[in-house]
Every structure is written in structure tokens, then in C-alpha cells.
Write a protein that binds this ligand. Sequence first.
Ligand code: SF4
Length: 365
Amino acid sequence: MREDFTTARAWLERIQALPIEHPVAVMNVCGGHERSLTQLGLRGVLPSNVKLIPGPGCPVCVCPEEDLADAIALALSGQVTLVAFGDMLRVPINAPKGEVRSLAEARAKGADVRPISSPQEAVALAAKSEKPVVFFVAGFETTTAPVAAMLAQGVPENLSVLLAARLTWPAVDALLRDPEARLDALIAPGHVAAVMGANEWGFVAEKYHLPVAVAGFSANSLLAALYSVLRQTLAGKPFLDNCYAELVAPEGNKRAQALLAEVMDVTDANWRGIGVIPRSGFALRAEWRRHDARERFEFSTLPRRHAGEMPPGCDCAAVVLGKKQPDQCRLYGKACTPQNPVGPCMVSDEGACHIWWQGGTRAAA
Ligand code: SF4
């Protein structure tokens, strides 16, 4: 009788049957993957020498502190209505005590800051507003492509964007170049691959000779991808596997890529706590600069300490690079909790610290 490998349990049994004698470190790049893995409790049922390491796939976590400070300053100036996806509102900058530290605190001081959940909301708000509306965009390709579509379709003249958008693969390329990363395999992000194509992740196998598999967000897809990279590791034959073929085409979504190319240039970009990664960010092309908030407004400078860095004592940069686990940060669950976040990884739904805390991982006493 043929075995049924379409259920999560069957994939798990196959993983458990693999002769894994040495520790294998597998990075799951995407914050959405980390959330699914944690909520499903998959770490607890895997062989003990398979270690899943959360990666840099949290755009709020890597959004430059200076861009966030600019958004707060613009909101406080009273010139604009500032809109952003909800989890961005609570991310703190390194402002001295008593100063405004987040968009939420700016709103509490009277600034017109509003959470939105889609680009269409920004367009609708601008259409009925007499004030300038600035859409603060921190996201990866999955967020940036809809913003490009929004601009390409035409937006009210009073709508502009403050862009802190990033590409995912250059950050992974940068961390794989770092010998300290010590990774054995990679699970590539399903949503990003749906836009940019599974083939974008072929460099992991070709350039770094590491197994790589694109995964979706169900237990089935995640375990199938994990099984694939473990099998590849044991065989010593890395390749790119697509375990999310129902949504991810080898070449991705051509229409979304065309919109990105029409509206955005790819530029060198800063990642909070990490530094500049070549060709890892998006900027508006010249034809769209009339909708660039940086071209339309003056930005004042807010008082900050450790400008551009993670807050003192916060290990978010090491966490997003896979060099530390969230509970290895000495502030985890002590000074830093979802109610009182110190760093961005404890704020965002896609931040590893937030996900681990919500999943029940507590700090060592
Ligand atoms: Fe930063 Fe808090 Fe995570 Fe520590 S626990 S790395 S302070 S977000």
C-alpha cells in the first residue's frame, strides 16, 4: 500500500525516521513562517538535533530607526495625516525619556496618525481629505507590489508615500556570506516567492551549496519543505525545491514584477541595527517623485540617543540575523514584553520575540 504523504502527520513521521546524527540548523526566513511554526508547536515535535532558526523576514523589525523618526516628526509637525500599517505605530525609536518615542505616542499628543490595513484605505482617506496624507510604508515585496499598483493606477495628488520598503533575498545573501551564521539549510518565504518567483531562491543552492525549499504556511507545506531540506542535507545534494507550487510559480507573478519595475528603482538600503545592504531597498522612480513624501515635506530632527541603532541592550539585530534566539536576549520577558516593548521584534506580529512570547516561551529565571 502506498503511504499517504499529504498529511502533516505523515510528513512528520518521515522527518522523524530520517537518520539525522548531527545537529542541522535550518533558517525559516519569513516572520509568517515563524508564526505558523510556533502556533502549531512544530519545534516541540521535531527531532532534537533539528534546530529551526527565525530569520530576517520581519519588515517592521528592520525598518530604519531614522525613517521611523522622520515619520513621527512629520506627524508631530501637524502638516499631514500620517497612515501606516498598525504594528508600525508601537515601534519605539531611541528618544530620551519624556520625548515622543512612537507614532502611537505622537497620536496621543494630538498628531493625526491613523492605522490602515491596505493601500486602498490610504487612497480612500486622501480622496476625502483636504490635508496631505502620507502613507508610511515599511514592508517587503509583498507589501511594495500593492503600493506600486496603487501608484500606477493613479492616486489623489495629496497622497504621498514615505518609503522604507526592502527586498528579502539580498538580506539572506548578506547573512549567508557571514561565516558566523553557520546555517545548514533554508526555508524560503512563500508569499515573497509568489511575487518574485521560486527561482529567486536558487542562489542559496548554487552560490552557497545549501539546501533550500519554498514553503507555504500550513503544517503540511512547512513540514514538506523541512523534509526536503533535511533529505538534501543527508544526501549532500542541495537544490531548490518548491513545496508551495499551488501558489508559487518558478518565475513568480509577472504582473506584480512589472508594476514594481514601473514604479520603483532598486537601491542600496539601510536595515536597522544591521547597516546598509547593497541593492536591498526600493525607491520611487523619477516619474513618481511627486508622490514621494521626502520631496514634498521638510523633516525636522527629533532628539535621539543611539540614532539608527537598536535600543541599548536589545538584541533584535542578532535575532533577525539568526545569531541569537529571542530568549537569549537578557531583556526578553523582563524589561521587554509585548505590553512594554523595548525593540521592534517584540512589537510586530512577524517579530520573533513577539511570536515566541505569545507562543508561551518564557525567559530563563
Ligand atoms: Fe529586542 Fe526585546 Fe527582543 Fe530583546 S526581547 S531582542 S529587547 S525586542
